[in-house]
Ligand binder design. Structure first.
Ligand SMILES: Cc1ncc(COP(=O)(O)O)c(C=O)c1O
Length: 397
């Protein structure tokens, strides 16, 4: 007999994965060129040349026992110092190496935070703002904690504060936010963050313990011209930033990211150790050494992310000209238009008849929308536009 908790869900994969797999099968029938797979958020641009150059140099010149050896649980000192310095230059903060815990991507970072901030099986809650990255719920519930959903504010996809205030209670331990946002592409404004901070400060005082913000920021650098993504710790001291090099350096397979918190955070003195205890229990024994060293040396680089903005401009204009309704993304490589019928799954099934692979919004706990990932070559976006036109004509006829 296997563990019931896991055996009961064995073989279930995410809707996004299912669509991705369907796309591969369909490509073997009609040809890859004729399938427009906008389902998955895998960066379409290569890592910058500095990544390979540094990886080769490090392998050729640095101590092999370090390059391929066990890293310390919190990460290499020099990598954490390089990250702290980089953040301090960009955001005027005072991070030092003991404010940084290296993780295998943002997925591990947020999982560690959920477990470090909330106790299992005692009714603790973590808030999530719809629409949200589907794995949040899996990670929170896996930690034995309740995921309390805040319904989407579909007018602009900022935070639905009425609902948030209604659902905040003495069991709330943290709220996870994600800006720039997957799936909407929206950046939370300064006003949104100010209001969130003021509500959480008041609630923390009311309940006599801190309610933390977990700021999930894998898309921090992918922000379009004229927009800026305000840095969340500037608004609220009890913030843990979860970062990843998966998108900014196009390194999702290398699994490198970190958690950052300032010395002002509540329980700062035991934060690193508590996160370390979570990592230990989950069996994480550090982050791949070579790529910690690469990140140390490429800390201020990004891949050429300009194609995402080019794609956004093309697709946003074309879809809205055709009559689709959507909030313009401020960043990321996602757009989240309204479906042409209330049932998002039915709409995405219909789109599949045109070989357009889109993700229904129900996967992100929001109805009536679809997510389109435009991390694809621009030519693919352009070639797909007539199919979106056919789809809308089909609905109108
Ligand atoms: C919002 C969000 N958070 C976290 C992750 C996980 O990223 P990583 O590859 O760093 O684990 C993703 C990946 O797509 C994401 O979109």
């Amino acid at each position: 007999m296997l563990a019931k908790k896991y055996a009961s869900v064995a073989g279930q994969s995410s809707v996004i994965r299912e669509i991705f797999e369907y796309g591969k099968k369909r490509a073997s029938i009609v040809g890859a060129d004729n399938v427009y797979d906008f389902s998955i958020g895998n960066p379409s641009v290569p890592a910058p040349a500095s990544v390979n150059e540094n990886a080769i140099r490090i392998m050729q010149t640095e101590d092999s026992c370090k390059v391929h050896g066990y890293p310390s649980a919190v990460g290499y000192d020099d990598t954490r110092e390089a990250i702290a310095d980089n953040l301090n230059k960009r955001f005027g903060t005072n991070y030092h190496k003991n404010n940084i815990f290296m993780t295998t991507g943002a997925a591990a970072a947020i999982t560690f935070c959920f477990r470090a901030l909330a106790d299992s099986g005692v009714g603790d809650e973590i808030m999530v703002c719809a629409p949200y990255f589907p794995e949040y719920k899996c990670f929170i519930e896996g930690a034995g904690v309740k995921a309390t959903e805040i319904q989407a504010d579909i007018k602009d996809f900022q935070i639905n504060f009425n609902e948030l205030e209604r659902k905040l209670n003495e069991h709330t331990r943290a709220i996870i936010i994600n800006s720039p946002n997957n799936p909407t592409g929206v950046v939370y404004s300064k006003e949104t963050l100010e209001k969130l901070a003021s509500i959480l400060e008041e609630a923390s005082n009311r309940y006599g313990r801190p309610i933390y913000i977990i700021s999930d920021e894998p898309y921090r650098e992918i922000v379009f011209a004229g927009k800026t993504a305000p840095y969340v710790p500037h608004f609220y001291k009890n913030t843990l930033v979860c970062y990843s090099y998966s998108k900014s350096l196009s390194l999702p397979g290398e699994r490198v990211g970190y958690i950052a918190f300032t010395d002002d955070i509540e329980d700062a003195d035991i934060m690193l150790g508590t996160i370390g205890a979570v990592a230990r229990e989950l069996g994480y024994v550090g982050v791949p050494s070579l790529f910690q060293m690469v990140v140390r040396d490429c800390v201020s680089d990004t891949s050429d992310i300009s194609v995402y903005e080019t794609n956004k401009n093309i697709i946003y204009k074309a879809l809205t000209d055709m009559g689709y309704s959507c909030v313009e993304p401020d960043g990321t490589f996602y757009i989240f238009p309204q479906c042409l019928e209330p049932d998002a799954e039915a709409f995405c099934k219909k789109a599949q008849q045109y070989d357009l692979l889109l993700v229904p919004s129900d996967s992100f706990s929001c109805t009536g929308h679809f997510r389109l990932s435009y991390c694809v070559p621009t030519e693919r976006v352009e070639r797909a536009l007539p199919l979106f036109e056919k789809l809308i004509k089909d609905y109108r006829s």
